[in-house]
Design a binder for this molecule. Structure first.
Ligand code: ATP
Length: 211
C-alpha cells in the first residue's frame, strides 16, 4: 500500500526559461526613468530599484531599527516615515556612513528584486538603477543599457524638474561615476541629447534588437 503514497511531492513548476535581465542605468538627469516608462509602454516590466528602496525603508521593521541605530531617531518622522532629506544630508559628505547605510539597504533591495524576478513571465525584464556599474550589479545582468547626455543638458533638466541650482546638480554629478567610464562598460547606449521622440525611437530600436 505504501507504494500508492510514494509519489515524489510535486515541486513548484519551473518557469520555461529564466528571463534575461537588462540593467538600465544613467547618471542624474540622464533620462533613465523616462526610458524606463517607454520600456513599460513597449510591454516589458521594469523594476525601479530606487522606488522600491523607498518603500522598503518604510515597510521593513528590522531595517527601520538598524537605520535608526546608525543615523539616529531623526531618520524617521514621528509617524514613522523615512526622512530622505535628513538622511541625504547626513550621509552626503560622509562616505563611511553612506557605506554603512548602503550595507543595510542594498541586501534588502536585492532580495526584493529576486522575489520580483521570480514572478516575471516576459523573456526580457529591466532593472532600473543609478548604481548599476558602481555596485557592479551589471555582473548579475544579461546586458547593460546606459542612458547618457551632456552634463549641461542633464543639469538643465534636473534644475527644471527639481528646482535645484546648477551647483547642487553639479555636486551630485561629481560624486557619480564619470559618463566616459560608464560608456566604456555599457553594452547598449542611448544618447539623450535631443528630444523625447528621439529618445523613444532609440529605446524601441535597442530593446527590440536585444537577442
Ligand atoms: P534622476 O537620476 O535624477 O532621477 P533620471 O535619469 O531618471 O534622473 P529623468 O527623470 O527620466 O532622468 O529625466 C530628467 C528630466 O528630464 C525629467 O523631467 C524628464 O521629463 C526630462 N527629460 C528627459 N529626457 C528628455 C528629453 N529627451 N527631452 C526633454 N526632456 C527630457
Amino acid at each position: 500500500m505504501e507504494e500508492l503514497h510514494s509519489e515524489t511531492p510535486k515541486a513548484e513548476p519551473e518557469p520555461l526559461s529564466t528571463p534575461k535581465i537588462i540593467g538600465l542605468t544613467g547618471g542624474i538627469g540622464s533620462g533613465k526613468s523616462t526610458v524606463a516608462k517607454f520600456i513599460e509602454e513597449f510591454g516589458f516590466p521594469v523594476y525601479y530599484s530606487d522606488d522600491r528602496a523607498k518603500t522598503i525603508v518604510n515597510d521593513d521593521e528590522d531595517l527601520k531599527i538598524r537605520i535608526k541605530a546608525l543615523l539616529g531617531e531623526k531618520a524617521y518622522s514621528t509617524d514613522g516615515i523615512y526622512d530622505r532629506k535628513f538622511v541625504a544630508q547626513k550621509v552626503f559628505n560622509n562616505k563611511d556612513l553612506l557605506q554603512q547605510l548602503n550595507e543595510i539597504i542594498h541586501p534588502a533591495v536585492r532580495i526584493d528584486f529576486e522575489n520580483w524576478v521570480k514572478k516575471q513571465t516576459k523573456y526580457l525584464i529591466f532593472k532600473e538603477t543609478a548604481l548599476l556599474f558602481e555596485l557592479k550589479l551589471n555582473r548579475q545582468c544579461y546586458k547593460s543599457l546606459l542612458v547618457t547626455a551632456e552634463d549641461n543638458i542633464r543639469a538643465k533638466r534636473v534644475m527644471d524638474r527639481d528646482g535645484k541650482t546648477y551647483r547642487e546638480v553639479e555636486a551630485v554629478m561629481e560624486k557619480q561615476m564619470p559618463e566616459k567610464d560608464k560608456i566604456k562598460l555599457a553594452d547598449y547606449i542611448i544618447y539623450n541629447n535631443t528630444n523625447l521622440e528621439d529618445l523613444k525611437e532609440q529605446t524601441e530600436k535597442i530593446i527590440f534588437d536585444i537577442e
